[in-house]
Design a protein around this ligand. Structure first.
Ligand SMILES: [Zn+2]
Length: 568
């Protein structure tokens, strides 16, 4: 183990300059209110606003829409940013202001001053200023970042660096300076430079759940996302790979953000221990499951299937198992789950469908129920801190690459094994995405490369196909869409999410089936199979009835596609 940094970080809230009348900080409402009260008791007039989602906080905290039945929010459109950026920052305001009909109107921001919103109601207009500053991403490209800010009595303002921003920039600088000494230079899929980089951060702002879906104001989650995706960007840039490349191998980055009064940062290079996270679960009922399965529960359900087992070994030494089950008919299906193991409903739906198909015996199939167990170990580790966060650091393999870019090595070989057992005509690649807003406030707000997924829009399907198989592709897609649209709880949930989505995103990048199931189609085949359906359940990270709906959706898609193949 090698310690890189271990330092306490001064809390900006405790060091507000004397001459300041208003500050914008990354702090929870209660801490900001306590500071205002203490200042008042000391005879000082001080307002402490939120530097994060400022419009949303100002409207709620100042009661700007109380009593209003309608409002138009003119949001700034800033040159160099996506048009919807400041509109998205308002999400999910309309649902928190019941009785007020909110419309959004873009307004081009001119000049060098801070952008602002204008809230127009029949009672009058209010302006809300947003503290932001231009910074640079690791590749030098400009980024408009949320920032701390201070303003004096005369209204003169300038940035005030907060612990939240300091910690992020310190982590990025440390990652950018880590020596690129390969642990093993001869690794065929590209060397990694560390096994685990653990980043333990304490920030003061506690999560604040909102009374809308799974929404929660969480600076801890935002910082986790910032650090994890910055690590990908930094190492990609250092290794000369293009933006968005998913084959970057450098090691496993694990940002663990906790909440406490005293901000702190510790970075340590360490090693994985696959033995320490083993569990001994049973075989819980899948149909009624309301929480994600442990690895042993997944293994036990797989073990109970008939057929031919196959396995490979993950990068960190965990067993990755699959099963080939022969059918009496000609239909052939491949089922994958757990490529991105912070997406938790696929494992349940895949196993349940596999058991149903095996019981019937007609359809031949392969199932890989947990393709990326190293990522799943990180997911479980992170869920111990924040069970409902999206945990994207668990998304890729232990090398840092997406499993689909693993070059057929380690865990990515499980796809090759499945294909060797059965050249299926359709691959069902089951996935999920965030159940609540996904942001990067310090890096342009909208996650780079994932702009489509920033707020949930329901259970979603993606079709990829070889154009020569267009007829088959369309018929399995149609069956999958119908199976979801006829599942009333899921269709209702989708309609609610799409209604929210449409209020904050000005153009849809997808089609909608039966008014409730979004989908996209792409005439390019994924490797190995002529037709692939990727499911996307808003399941990061959910429990209870919503979890049941998500895995039921996964199950229904597999069953519906199998039925079409049987009729071919
Ligand atoms: Zn995924």
């Amino acid at each position: 183990m090698k310690e890189l940094i271990n330092e306490a970080v001064p809390r900006t809230l405790e060091r507000i300059p004397r001459n300041v009348e208003t500050v914008w900080l990354f702090e929870s409402l209660s801490a900001r209110r306590d500071t205002e009260r203490a200042a008042r008791d000391a005879g000082r007039n001080l307002r402490v606003r939120s530097a994060y989602k400022t419009l949303l906080h100002d409207v709620l905290e100042d009661g700007l829409l109380v009593g209003a039945t309608s409002a138009t929010i003119h949001y700034p459109v800033v040159d160099g940013c996506p048009d919807d950026r400041f509109r998205l920052e308002c999400y999910p305001l309309h649902a928190l202001c019941a009785g007020c009909d909110i419309r959004f109107e873009p307004r081009v921001h001119h000049g060098d001053g801070l952008p602002d919103y204008e809230i127009e109601t029949p009672e009058g207009n209010t302006r809300v200023t947003v503290p932001v500053r231009w910074t640079k991403a690791c590749d030098g490209s400009p980024v408009l970042a949320a920032c701390g800010w201070q303003a004096d009595r005369a209204g003169q303002g300038h940035p005030l660096e907060t612990e939240f921003e300091y910690i992020f920039s310190r982590v990025c600088a440390t990652m950018a300076a880590l020596p690129l000494d390969p642990l093993n230079p001869d690794e065929p899929d590209g060397p990694v430079y560390f096994d685990r980089l653990e980043i333990d951060v304490v920030i003061p702002a506690a999560d604040q759940p909102l009374a809308v879906g799974h929404e929660c104001i969480s600076l801890a989650e935002a910082l986790h996302e910032e650090i994890y995706f910055a690590s990908l960007e930094i190492f990609r840039h250092r290794l000369g790979l293009p933006a968005g490349a998913r084959a970057v191998t450098f090691g496993q980055v694990i940002p663990r953000i906790t909440v406490g009064k005293t901000p702190h940062l510790r970075m340590v290079l360490s090693h994985s221990d696959p033995v320490s996270d083993q569990d001994r679960g049973g075989r819980p009922d899948l149909e009624t499951a309301t929480t994600w399965l442990t690895p042993s529960e997944i293994a036990n359900h797989l073990e109970a299937l008939p057929g031919v087992p196959y396995h490979v070994i993950s990068r960190q030494g965990r067993i990755v198992s699959g099963r080939y089950v022969a059918g009496t008919g000609n239909a052939m299906l491949a089922i994958s789950a757990g490529q991105h193991p912070n997406e938790t409903s696929p494992m349940v739906g895949a196993l349940r469908a596999a058991h149903a198909l095996a019981d019937e015996g007609r359809v031949g199939f392969t199932i890989n129920p947990l393709e990326n167990p190293d990522g799943y170990a990180v997911f479980r580790e992170l869920c111990a801190l924040h069970p409902r966060h999206m945990q994207h650091a668990a998304r890729y393999t232990a090398s840092g690459a997406d499993l689909s870019c693993g070059g057929g090595l380690h865990e990515s070989a499980i796809r090759t094994r499945a294909l060797e057992h059965l050249p299926a005509s359709v691959h069902l690649n089951l996935h999920g995405y965030p159940s609540h807003e996904w942001v990067r406030p310090l890096s342009g707000y909208i996650p780079e490369g994932f702009g489509q997924w920033t707020i949930p829009k329901g259970f979603f399907l993606i079709l990829r196909y070889d154009p020569r198989e267009e007829t088959l592709a369309n018929s399995v897609l149609r069956a999958a869409l119908d199976s979801l649209a006829s599942f009333t709880p899921l269709a209702d949930q989708n309609r609610r999410m799409i209604d929210m989505y449409d209020r904050y995103v000005s153009s849809r990048g997808f089609q909608i089936h039966a008014g409730c199931i979004p989908f996209t189609t792409h005439p390019e085949a994924d490797p190995g199979y002529p037709v692939t359906i990727i499911t996307e359940a808003p399941d990061e990270t959910i429990f209870g009835e919503d979890f049941r709906i998500a895995h039921e959706g996964q199950y229904r898609v597999v069953r519906a596609v199998a039925e079409v193949l049987e009729q071919q």
